[in-house]
Write a protein that binds this ligand. Structure first.
Ligand code: ZN
Length: 366
């Protein structure tokens, strides 16, 4: 039994609750003095939701007897922290986290198998320990459906939700006033009269013409979108230059607020204690990230055009719903990629010339 305090947590919902319902005491975990505290066991019903999403893993059931449990699971508080950032950094000793979790679940007796020993047992995310990820399965089913069954009018459902509902939950508005500059890269530049290379002029830094637009992960042949990146290094990586290539880079700012769908897989800003079905929400976020991964895969000339239909369909569907575009993590750089359907909401500024001084490859023998 112990008293935990508002400093023990980063989650705003928990902090507010402790502030409102707690008493002024000394904290047993982060050791703060004279602060709003609550008996840890009073948080049990609040934390029970995590036992629906994380499963206690058992040797011989979820992994074989001669494998290392550490490869399959970790402590419950680490999983919760990785996925939801509930705890603060005030508790420096890892053991104190474990102690806090043990005390929160001290009176819990509703676990289906034997008793729960939060401090010493290992847990895994539900989809990871149940073998084949349901997210992976859903994505494959969708790709198969759109490639081989219904191409243009595909009303596919994800977790009982149609695609419009799925996308709208990850949509948000990027305000023009708070958005940082975005970047647009094009390989090459213009050779001036004196023979020097100069960056492309602004007029040539927008989306390409329809005639010059080939198949992309986001766009079908002939339909041009504006591809931007959140940083210069991501913009350069995305055009995949060779060493010593010259690259023109423009700063791009927003002229209006834009509404986008976010495939970056970032945890939503809301607290896990405000979400009704945590496992469902987790899978939805993962599915969005999975779609984002497919947008970020480089185009492979060996693959047939049909391989790009699933992402092109999703992209076109987002456009039909009235969004201005979408974002996803780059697989080549460290930042985000932006796909905007219409460049009218952006202002492309004067470009500068960069040259690639080095490229690093990572590889493995197969
Ligand atoms: Zn504390």
């Amino acid at each position: 039994m112990g008293m935990c305090c508002i400093n023990c947590f980063d989650d705003e919902v928990l902090k507010e609750r402790i502030e409102q319902e707690g008493v002024i005491e000394n904290c047993d975990y982060c050791k703060a003095k004279h602060i709003a505290c609550m008996d840890a066991s009073e948080l049990q019903s609040t934390f029970e939701r995590f036992l629906d999403m994380y499963i206690k893993i058992i040797r011989g059931v979820h992994f074989s007897v001669n494998e290392d449990i550490m490869d399959y699971g970790q402590s419950l508080h680490k999983l919760i922290q990785e996925d939801w950032h509930v705890f603060s950094d005030e508790i420096e000793d890892n053991n104190q986290y474990a102690e806090l979790m043990k005390d929160i679940f001290a009176g819990y007796c509703d676990y289906p198998e034997s008793e729960l020993d939060i401090k010493n047992q290992f847990f895994s995310r539900y989809d990871e320990c149940m073998g084949q990820s349901t997210v992976q399965e859903l994505w494959f089913e969708f790709c198969d459906s759109i490639k081989t069954k219904n191409r243009f009018l595909n009303n596919y459902f994800f977790y009982g939700e149609d695609m419009e509902g799925l996308l709208s939950k990850s949509s948000r508005v990027i305000k023009k006033d708070v958005s940082k500059s975005l970047f647009r890269a094009r390989i090459g530049g213009k050779r001036g009269k004196n023979g020097n290379f100069r960056p492309y002029p602004i007029s040539q830094m927008g989306a390409p013409s329809s005639e010059k637009t080939g198949n992309g992960r986001a766009n079908p042949k002939g339909i041009a979108y504006l591809y931007l990146a959140s940083s210069i290094d991501t913009a350069i990586a995305e055009v995949r230059p060779v060493k010593s290539a010259q690259i023109s880079i423009s700063n791009v700012s927003l002229q209006e607020d834009i509404s986008i769908v976010d495939f970056s897989g970032e945890i939503l800003s809301c607290s896990p204690f405000e979400i009704d079905d945590l496992r469902h929400e987790w899978e939805r976020i993962n599915l969005m990230e999975k779609i984002g991964e497919h947008f970020s895969m480089p185009i492979d000339p060996v693959l047939s055009d049909i391989e790009y239909v699933p992402t092109q369909f999703i992209s076109e569907y987002i456009k039909s719903l009235g969004y201005d575009g979408f974002i996803f993590k780059s697989s080549l750089g460290s930042g985000l990629n932006y796909v905007l359907f219409d460049q009218k909401k952006t202002k492309i500024r004067r470009s500068k010339l960069y040259s690639v001084t080095d490229i690093q490859y990572e590889f493995e023998k197969r």
